[in-house]
Design a protein around this ligand. Sequence first.
Ligand SMILES: Cc1ncc(COP(=O)(O)O)c(C=O)c1O
Length: 412
Amino acid sequence: MPIPERGRPWPDIAAEMETARARDLDWRHGRHGAYVWYASDELEHVLREAFGMFFVENGLGIRAFPSLARMEADVLESVADLLGGGPGTPGIFTSGGTESIFLAAYAMREWARATRPAIECPAILAPRSAHPALDKAAHYLGLRVRRIPVGPDYRADPAAIRAALDADTIGLYASAPAYSLGVIDPIEELAAVARDHGLWLHVDACVGGILGPFVRELGYPVPPFAFELDGVTSVSADLHKSGFAAKPASTLLFRSEAHREFARYTFDDWPSGTYTSLTFTGTRPGGAIAAAWAAFQFLGREGYRQLAAASMRARAAIESGLRARIPGLTIHGQPPLYAFAWAVPGVSMGRVAAAMAREGWVAGRTTAPDGIHVMATPIHEPFAAEYAETAARAVETARSAPATDTARATYT
Ligand SMILES: Cc1ncc(COP(=O)(O)O)c(C=O)c1O
């Protein structure tokens, strides 16, 4: 519609917006399988205040806003510390997992151009479970992604990846955890392949990067997946997912300053001198940097441990609730964090998802294998029993539903 000729008062506008959102996903009651990471009303307040304080400032002009420069550097150092790096582990504050992965693929390509210029069709080897952001990046960058079948545990298969290497391979890709089934790839073994063959290894820890280390601190068996492993070159970790910060915010960390430099874009053939940038985006919301910094300060390590504990309790409650109500239920693989997928052999999970959707639950889908995806966060904990009851009813409905009644697996 055209912009209205005359403006109208904010209360009117706000009322219309409130009405418009009435049919949106009811995430406050844990009805979501994706999209929202919510810790608490207290943290929401802090994030809104911090974002609001720096609402107008532009992260592109980091020289003009030393406050943003400092907060950005602090956040990147904190993430480096979480991920087994140190003060010499440089990073980039980005707008999300997709931008972090794009920049990792770009840096990998530029590094390969500089170090192995003879390669004409550079390729990245990834397990089939890799997030589509990798292929999106490769599509834009003129790279090839070769997806290699996963092993019987649904994790990357290092032997198959080793066997698939060829003269065009410039790097490897692994997830911690993979979105669909929540499994963590055998990154230690993939790091060895990368070391042996002089390849760049990117770890997509967009989901596990911030909270995973705290789950480990609580005593759960979470394998090392980042810079503790010699052979890992870059790691992406989203602040707006398990960092519970405001969108849009993610980080991309590099083994060394020299590796990060490959993510730089510089141009000076225009009338305003040298333009140089480490991000894909130009203008960046100062609020997102401020909110991420404030989240770290407000929660502290103690707060993140509590969120990790609540997320793992939510996962356990959902899983035990499902098992108690649905005989024969399977969890795919051995997901060590708060993401997992479940299925009932012989039952179409697309039909289950459709039946859950009719009761107001947005259930994520997996297709290989067929399943329903769960990303447990603290807000899911009090609704775990309701989830399991709805799911159990949906399984019964699905057993008798017509074959056409299927929720397609889409993630948009
Ligand atoms: C493992 C993984 N990597 C990357 C992404 C992309 O992140 P974003 O949606 O923030 O761009 C996601 C999103 O869910 C993800 O789960």
